[in-house]
Design a binder for this molecule. Structure first.
Ligand code: G
Ligand code: MN
Length: 464
């Protein structure tokens, strides 16, 4: 394809002369004859923006001389455009977005497109706030360039991360900071621009403190990851019905880290699922399935875990050795099962075998009524926010309706995050029978809880 916006005299000549690929070849040959390297395209043919090489060179040059506002902008849910409407439509849309950014930001702006739907923008100059305002105006204008009638159901928004850096900053470092700002904008719900340098600074510091992939791998090699469990109890009798397995990293210095401490925000890039060895998972579930009165073990299945290639084989191996009737799989909010062709059949198989599926954090985010339509579910776990809010009449009204609905659907229910006796009384009053939370037991090493539960049960059995 001939690039209509090639700069450089020889390539330009090829276009003027109407020469196609052969012309370009000819010109490259002329350039070699004249002892000059061929002119490289400086612009991306699709969007008219700078090529990445040209952008990087310009940014490095700007940063040698002055302060620069750097922005990483990403179209929200763009993958769905290519999937639904085809790549030609996706390309047209990107071209329109590129044009929009170039027009709005003017000739002083450096703009390049990365891979597919992300753009880097650099605005040289000291005017931090004015630059951020221009970027925000451009970001907001993007929605309007996406042709509405032709493309129904397309998200017309973009997220952006912005950082203002002084002269002398390493260009790669500036981009990294803008990327982090973008991750924050996405984590806060997309369709927004994040330019709070303080917030970016805090996120960068938190990330630096967090062990990286190498540290996590080393921890896995040293068997430092283990399961804690937290009991789920009958709210009236306190009988333990089962336990939820919670992954913990016990560091050599004795500190116990929770997944959000060692993985960070799941919305931030670079997090990956961590799974203890299958044998550990089996041993844990077997421990509780073989207590005097067996109880279930619930495992959390995040989207990342569900989408991992070997998860199906692991879970099928698990139900071969542990009675599936003693297993619960909790689907957490970001699970993205609808987007994964293997996940739904896997859940159906597990259920067919007798395991139960729970919807975790029910009532928040994407863990909602719509999911009951698409997923095979046996249990809903009401999010902690309902337990906390249960003192308020409005929250009680919402909860009462949800409980009635879950009853109609034949679902079991567990209330999460119980911390006070007052909450227990309110929830019992609403008809909830099972719960979990610090009031009923804190997460602790699995053997501690297995010992306690077994001890609680023996006298009761002896009395029978
Ligand atoms: O989303 P999920 O239910 O899987 O979250 C379990 C997490 O909730 C655990 O890490 C546990 O430490 C925490 N948790 C358990 N009980 C309580 C509670 O009563 N209050 C609060 N704030 N957190 C709890
Ligand atoms: Mn859970």
């Amino acid at each position: 394809m001939t690039d209509p916006v090639l700069t450089g005299s020889l390539a330009g000549l090829a276009i003027v002369l109407g020469l196609g690929g052969g012309g370009a070849l000819l010109c490259r040959a002329c350039a070699r004859l004249r002892g000059r390297p061929p002119a490289l395209p400086r612009r991306d043919p699709l969007t008219g923006c700078l090529t990445r090489t040209a952008f990087t060179a310009a940014l490095a040059d700007d940063l040698r001389r002055q302060a620069v506002t750097v922005c990483v902008l990403d179209l929200d849910h763009f993958e769905s455009v290519n999937d639904t409407w085809g790549h030609a439509t996706g390309d047209a849309l990107l071209a329109a977005v590129g044009r929009c950014l170039r027009e709005r930001l003017g000739s002083g702006a450096r703009i390049t497109r990365l891979g597919s739907d992300a753009f880097w923008v650099a605005l040289p100059g000291p005017a931090r706030q004015a630059n951020a305002d221009r970027l925000e105006a451009a970001r907001q204008a993007i929605g309007a360039v996406i042709p509405t009638p032709e493309l129904p159901h397309v998200t017309r928004s973009a997220s952006a991360g912005v950082i203002h850096v002084p002269a002398g900053t390493d260009p790669a470092e500036a981009i990294r900071a803008a990327d982090l700002a973008l991750a924050l904008a996405k984590a806060q719900g997309r369709d927004q621009l994040e330019a709070d340098a303080e917030a970016v600074h805090r996120a960068a510091a938190a990330r630096a403190r967090r062990p990286g992939p190498d540290g996590i791998r080393a921890g896995l090699d040293r068997d430092e990851f283990t399961y804690f469990v937290q009991p789920v109890r009958d709210l009236s009798t306190d009988r333990v019905l089962g336990v939820e397995a919670l992954l913990r990293w016990v560091r050599p210095d004795g500190r116990v880290l929770t997944p959000d401490q060692f993985l960070g925000d799941p919305a931030l890039p670079g997090t990956r699922p961590i799974r203890p060895p299958l044998e550990m998972t089996r041993a844990l579930a077997a421990m509780f399935a073989t207590l005097p009165e067996p109880c279930f073990t619930a495992f959390n299945l995040s989207g990342r875990v569900l989408r991992s290639a070997d998860t199906g084989a692991r879970l099928r191996a698990l139900i071969e050795t542990v009675d599936p009737a003693r297993l619960v799989f909790e689907i957490v909010e970001d699970a993205g099962i609808e987007d994964d062709p293997a996940a739904l059949p896997l859940l159906r198989d597990l259920r067919q075998a007798g395991a139960r599926i729970a919807l975790d954090d029910f009532g928040t985010g994407r863990s909602n009524l719509a999911r009951l339509l698409t997923l095979p579910v046996d249990i809903v776990k009401f999010d902690r926010t309902f337990t906390v809010a249960a003192t308020r009449p409005r929250a009680r009204a919402i909860l009462a309706r949800q409980i009635a609905m879950a009853e109609d659907l034949g679902l079991d229910m567990i209330a999460e995050g119980l911390e006070t006796e007052a909450q227990r009384a309110l929830l019992l009053d609403l008809g909830l029978r099972s719960g979990q939370g610090y009031l009923l037991g804190t997460p602790a090493p699995a053997t501690d809880w297995a010992t306690r539960i077994a001890a609680d049960r023996r006298p009761a059995q002896a009395a029978e």
